[in-house]
Design a binder for this molecule. Structure first.
Ligand SMILES: *[C@@H]1O[C@H](CO)[C@@H](O)[C@H](O)[C@H]1NC(C)=O
Ligand SMILES: *[C@@H]1O[C@H](CO)[C@@H](O)[C@H](O)[C@H]1NC(C)=O
Ligand SMILES: *[C@@H]1O[C@H](CO)[C@@H](O)[C@H](O)[C@H]1NC(C)=O
Ligand SMILES: *[C@@H]1O[C@H](CO)[C@@H](O)[C@H](O)[C@H]1NC(C)=O
Ligand SMILES: *[C@@H]1O[C@H](CO)[C@@H](O)[C@H](O)[C@H]1NC(C)=O
Ligand SMILES: *[C@@H]1O[C@H](CO)[C@@H](O)[C@H](O)[C@H]1NC(C)=O
Ligand SMILES: *[C@@H]1O[C@H](CO)[C@@H](O)[C@H](O)[C@H]1NC(C)=O
Ligand SMILES: *[C@@H]1O[C@H](CO)[C@@H](O)[C@H](O)[C@H]1NC(C)=O
Ligand SMILES: *[C@@H]1O[C@H](CO)[C@@H](O)[C@H](O)[C@H]1NC(C)=O
Ligand SMILES: *[C@@H]1O[C@H](CO)[C@@H](O)[C@H](O)[C@H]1NC(C)=O
Ligand SMILES: *[C@@H]1O[C@H](CO)[C@@H](O)[C@H](O)[C@H]1NC(C)=O
Ligand SMILES: *[C@@H]1O[C@H](CO)[C@@H](O)[C@H](O)[C@H]1NC(C)=O
Ligand SMILES: [Zn+2]
Length: 722
């Protein structure tokens, strides 16, 4: 009855700033819970919350959000509308304004000059589709990169694969000259800003980024599927906009690192976190002649022999292009400004004022639509407020304060949430019990979760309470569908959405959403076709997945805010810490020093991990003692002791942070997980130790960070004990 016939190796991608259809980041401890009862057994309050959800009203909120320009800083009306809706449903709401660096597109162009002198001009526009109303809005947003550099470049160009450091290493090994050239790179893999950063660091003077249908699984025109709007394959003119900030170095307003952006805030030099070469995003159709002009020059894609190097654009060999004689001329003109942005914030005070749950979604989108990214999450948050309003009518009041946040300027680099956390950090450090993030709630049917380990248990048990529609099957819980696809593994948080600032201040966090697998309709990420029409026709016809995810988030928020025993499990960190430890040992075992390394004094064999291993054991003992103490508080109904244990559960993860941050990136303070320096989205565990080896080849520094990481784990253990 609950069997799910489809087993996919693919992922759902919920984070806004994450490319689709890529390998998972770390996936760790597998939970072998029994399968969920069907239909789920719910208590009276849960039933009220679940019943309040209505797919038709969700579609109305979605329609509102997806029919007006709402790029960062340009739609205060929409921010106020959100706050007003929350007020209507009982949340005391307001707008929090910041004044941040942003830039908007003015003009751009790209042309290819062949060796024979003839010129081809790229269109740089997405087709207007009669069926899709917002694709023709007069104020639709041009294709461009947020925080891109204003400038022109004219030079020969090189195809650089996905533009990761390993790709550039390969090009250097092949003797390809990069200095003074323009990079043509494929989307996917690392965060797009890091592709531009890598190109810049290799002396290149411009970057052009394209989407490749090879990343669309089986849903391609080449495999006989019709393209949007007639079918679920990618519309060939679609372009992925997006930020080119150096996300793994610093998110937030690049001119106010570490402090909040007010009108009169001092402004720092931003050159360390945004590019100083121009970049332009293009469609695969615009990329085709550019790639084809490189055919037969340099090393062909097959011979480059790098995973993901060769794509599926017809007629292209994905050659490096050395000696083609073809040139690109690009121009990218942006308007650099300081603009106000608005976070809507809605609050219901709890009985315990020193325990605060924050639930957030960003509101800004690169396009007039944004039906998946981010407004599937925005529609769900309104419906969540409505459900709590229905519950309030029974006299329910949360034990803990609930804060709803609708962030602005997430797309440019998590700006609204980062500035807000920087402003309210004293309060949040003291009182925040967790941050629940919902960015892209729905861009397909495959559920996906990443969270800090202390949230795994409540995240998983709540999945058993929600009925989840999947590929036409109706009698499954979210838990059934999720376990059959993911194997029951919750991911490690990297970056790419608004949980980042919370996570790196030691606050428990979860990110959730559902995305497409390789046989689902292609999600036109950051394109005009991420529209209401696409969503209601292909992405989630009937808005049933929206409803299920909203019910899930609402029940999770209900338990986090209302259960007398705060449902955070410090003990669930223990198996994760041990898995990260064996991952680290593996990294060291497979380490190969780069040819140019001068490292003589230290090597993987001399790195002593015993301090880390011993700190994990100490933490394990402390966590066990904590669980025993809490069990005692529950058994004896000792509310004073329960408050003590709840506060320990709230606070202990602050211990995992280091004030000075990771090497070279002060913002990222969590010593257990961080976005990889050269991935931007995907996580690295024990990042300071791991990347001292994999990036710096510096074993003395790695040894230093073994000590600091162990110390942080001991601090967390101490907080559970005292
Ligand atoms: C703001 O968004 C709303 C709702 O989508 C839309 O009606 C309005 O036109 C937008 N405002 C601007 C200035 O674009
Ligand atoms: C120049 O080369 C391009 C690409 O090979 C070709 O399409 C075009 O027809 C050529 N133009 C002339 C004038 O030969
Ligand atoms: C594509 O479809 C084929 C045939 O149905 C299937 O064997 C294959 O696994 C699919 N590819 C992916 C990535 O799902
Ligand atoms: C790539 O070049 C090699 C020779 O170096 C050749 O054997 C192979 O067929 C080429 N592949 C493509 C796809 O052009
Ligand atoms: C391609 O690279 C892999 C390892 O990265 C290597 O084992 C293999 O021999 C290479 N193939 C060629 C044709 O160079
Ligand atoms: C940059 O290129 C654009 C478009 O070709 C041109 O209008 C502009 O004058 C150029 N600017 C500079 C500084 O060369
Ligand atoms: C740039 O933005 C400012 C305000 O943000 C505006 O006054 C100005 O007209 C814009 N300039 C261009 C060229 O768009
Ligand atoms: C919630 O509590 C805060 C802090 O005590 C207080 O300032 C605020 O007025 C309260 N809000 C409501 C709606 O009661
Ligand atoms: C689905 O579950 C309901 C009870 O909740 C049951 O009546 C129905 O027969 C089930 N449908 C299928 C296809 O198993
Ligand atoms: C809501 O779901 C019902 C039942 O499946 C369906 O008939 C209706 O069209 C859906 N509403 C919307 C707006 O899609
Ligand atoms: C290695 O040492 C040489 C000579 O001392 C120096 O020029 C080079 O920069 C060093 N390389 C690295 C990666 O430190
Ligand atoms: C636990 O204590 C609270 C207040 O101290 C009381 O209201 C409640 O009835 C007690 N519950 C049990 C099961 O004894
Ligand atoms: Zn997003």
């Amino acid at each position: 009855m609950k069997s799910i016939l489809v087993l996919l190796g693919a992922i759902g991608a919920q984070a806004c700033q994450r490319d689709l259809n890529l390998a998972h980041g770390h996936r760790h401890v597998k939970r072998q819970d029994t399968t969920a009862a069907f239909p789920p057994a719910l208590d009276a309050n849960e039933q009220i919350l679940i019943n309040s959800f209505d797919n038709t009203s969700i579609s109305e909120w979605s329609y509102y959000y997806t029919h007006g320009n709402h790029i960062a800083g340009l739609n205060k009306t929409m921010a106020q509308w959100t706050a007003d809706k929350w007020t209507e449903y009982g949340f005391a709401s307001r707008l929090d304004e910041y004044y941040v660096f942003l830039n908007y597109p003015v003009s751009h162009s790209l042309s290819l000059t062949y060796a024979n002198g003839s010129v081809h001009t790229a269109s740089l526009t997405e087709d207007v589709l009669e069926e899709d109303d917002t694709s023709s809005y007069p104020d639709r947003i041009p294709t461009f990169h947020g925080y891109s550099f204003t400038g022109n470049a004219s030079a020969e160009y090189v195809y650089v694969g996905r533009g990761q450091q390993v790709d550039f290493n390969r090009l250097e090994a092949l003797g390809v000259e990069l200095e003074g050239k323009i990079a043509l790179a494929k989307y996917g893999g690392p965060f797009r800003g890091l592709k531009v950063k890598n190109a810049q660091e290799h002396g290149m003077i411009g970057a052009v980024l394209f989407v490749d249908p090879a990343d669309d699984g089986n849903m391609t025109e080449a495999k006989g599927i019709e393209a949007y709007p007639n079918g679920p394959a990618r519309n060939p003119s679609s372009v992925q906009r997006g930020s080119v900030q150096f996300l793994s170095i610093y998110p937030g307003d690049p001119t106010t690192p570490g402090y909040t952006s007010k009108h009169d805030s001092p402004r720092a030099d931003k050159s360390g976190s945004v590019p100083h070469i121009p970049s332009i995003p293009i469609s695969w159709v615009d990329a085709q002649p550019l790639l084809q002009a490189l055919n037969g020059y340099g090393t062909n894609g097959t011979d480059v022999n790098r995973t993901g190097w060769v794509g599926a654009i017809p007629g292209a060999t994905y050659s490096t292009g050395v000696g083609s004689g073809a040139r690109l001329s690009m121009s990218n003109i942006m308007n650099d400004t300081y603009n106000p942005i608005w976070n809507a914030v809605g609050i219901i005070n709890g009985t315990n004022e020193d325990e605060v749950l924050v639930i957030g979604n960003h509101r800004d989108a690169w396009i007039v639509g944004g039906a998946a990214d981010p407004n599937s999450g925005s529609a769900v948050l309104i419906e969540l407020a409505k459900a709590f309003s229905a519950l309030s009518e029974t006299g329910w009041k949360p034990l803990r304060t609930i804060v709803l946040a609708s962030w602005d300027a997430e797309e440019y680099g998590l700006v609204g949430s980062t500035e807000w956390v920087e402003e309210y950090i004293p309060w949040l450090k003291t009182a925040a019990i967790s941050y629940l993030n919902i960015d892209v709630a729905v861009s397909g049917p495959i559920p996906d979760f990443s969270a800090t380990p202390d949230l795994h248990r409540i995240a998983t048990s709540t999945m058993k309470k929600v009925v989840y529609p999947f590929h036409g099957a109706t009698n499954n819980t979210l838990y059934d569908v999720w376990t059959s696809i993911s194997g029951g593994e919750i991911g490690v948080l990297g970056s790419g959405s608004d949980y980042t600032a919370f996570l790196h201040r030691g606050i428990a966090a979860i990110d959730m959403g559902a995305g497409p697998g390789p046989n689902d309709p292609v999600y036109h990420y950051h394109s005009n076709y991420d529209s209401y029409h696409w969503m209601s026709t292909f992405g989630d016809p009937g808005f049933h997945t929206h409803k299920a995810f909203g019910q899930y988030l609402t029940l999770l928020a209900y338990h986090m805010s209302t259960d007398p025993v705060l449902p955070l499990e410090p003990e669930d960190y223990v198996p994760e810490l041990r898995t990260y430890f064996s991952d680290l040992e593996e990294t060291l075992a497979s380490y190969e020093p780069p040819a140019a390394s001068n490292s003589t004094t230290s090597s993987p064999t001399t790195l002593d991990l015993s301090a880390l291993e011993s700190a994990i054991s100490t933490f394990a003992t402390a966590a066990e003692e904590f669980s025993a103490l809490r069990a005692q508080a529950i058994a004896s109904n000792d509310t004073a002791l329960l408050t003590v244990t709840n506060h320990k559960a709230r606070d202990f993860s602050r211990g995992f942070t280091s004030q000075g941050g990771l090497p070279g990136r002060e913002f990222f303070q969590n010593l257990l997980f961080a976005p990889g320096l050269d991935t931007g989205y995907a996580p690295v565990t024990y990042p300071a130790i791991t990347e001292s080896v994999t990036f710096a080849d510096d074993f003395d520094r790695a040894q230093l960070w073994v000590g600091k990481t162990a110390q942080a784990i001991l601090v967390a253990a101490g907080m559970l004990r005292t």
